[in-house]
Design a protein around this ligand. Structure first.
Ligand SMILES: [Mn+2]
Length: 318
């Protein structure tokens, strides 16, 4: 077992209270990894961690088990001092959100992450930038520590991996597929999980497909730009994957930029590609992410952000 995992386990064993949180506006990996790790700690060490989130939980995760274990940060006592706070999937000051007091007051902070992160909050960091999801790192910890697990844990970790790999599209090595194989051997039924994820509200699919139908195609159709206006933004569930998938399935489209008018002068940007890097463009906008899937939130109007993105792509696609 790695030294960092040994320290992590010692910290769990000696903690009287534990809190776990993912990043603000949790995605499938962040949300499911929090719940899976909480269950693992309860099963193996007899302590039920407090699970906290900020922002919105996407509706497609409604069918996931253990929903009642996780609480909106305003519903927990933010003044409580925890022996151990565990940050999963992007623990930087700006990603934590409203639960930050728990981090500030914590006696010890462990961070488990698979992003490039220069602002780590963890006193102990179990990071692996090559992992496809935090769910994968937790699975690996679970195996190396020989932890007991149950069906909820496996289903949650499987969904963490499925969602963060875009249904396995972004898998970069065989290890994560070996883990999936192990999970299937242990009883995970992928068909049930995919079915459970087909759970979006009609309004969000209608809003997303509307944005896709109004998309513009630039640079001989290589870049698709779609805009979700503010009036539709509230219907959006998660990042707008329907738009990204629809536009990404068009022949000749190599890059997709989805702009979400979150409020006046605040525009969320999701960038995708068929393999070429887009993270430097997200970084130029003040964001970041993975090579083929990145994003940013820009404090500017959707029109200005659109023009800036076209400018940034101009250098590469002209
Ligand atoms: Mn993740």
């Amino acid at each position: 077992m790695e030294e960092s995992v040994k320290i992590f386990i010692d910290k769990i064993k000696s903690a009287k209270n534990i809190a776990i949180m993912g990043h603000k506006n949790p995605d499938g990996d962040s949300y499911c990894s929090v719940l899976a790790l909480a269950k693992l700690i309860e099963i193996n060490y007899g302590v039920r961690p407090t699970c906290v989130y900020d922002g919105n939980i996407p509706e497609y995760l409604d069918e996931m088990p253990m929903r009642s274990w996780i609480k909106y940060y305003e519903r927990v006592d933010l003044a409580e001092v925890y022996d151990l706070v565990i940050l999963l999937d992007y623990g930087t000051p700006k990603h934590i959100g409203g639960a930050k007091p728990l981090v500030d007051n914590a006696r010890f902070i462990v961070e488990i992450d698979h992003h490039q992160n220069d602002e780590k909050l963890g006193m102990l960091c179990i990071d692996d930038e090559n992992a496809a999801a935090v769910g994968q790192i937790i699975f690996e910890i679970m195996k190396s520590a020989n932890w007991q697990f149950d069906k909820d844990v496996l289903d949650l970790l499987a969904v963490a991996i499925i969602t963060d790999t875009g249904n396995f599209k972004f898998v970069r090595d065989g290890r994560v597929m070996q883990i999936m194989a192990e999970m299937v051997e242990s009883g995970v039924v992928l068909r049930h999980l995919f079915e459970a994820l087909r759970n979006k509200p009609r309004k969000s699919v209608v809003a997303e497909s509307g944005a896709a139908s109004r998309a513009q195609f630039l640079f001989k159709g290589r870049l698709a730009i779609a805009i979700v206006p503010h009036k539709d933004y509230k219907y959006l569930d998660g990042r707008g994957d329907t738009v990204l998938n629809l536009l990404g399935s068009i022949k000749g489209v190599e890059y997709i930029a989805l702009l979400k008018e979150q409020k006046e002068n605040q525009t969320g940007v999701s960038l995708r590609s068929r393999g070429q890097p887009v993270n430097h463009i997200a970084e130029a906008l003040g964001g970041g992410g993975h090579m083929c899937a990145a994003g940013a939130v820009v404090n500017d109007s959707v029109e200005n952000v659109r023009n800036r993105i076209v400018e940034l792509f101009q250098g590469e696609l002209k």
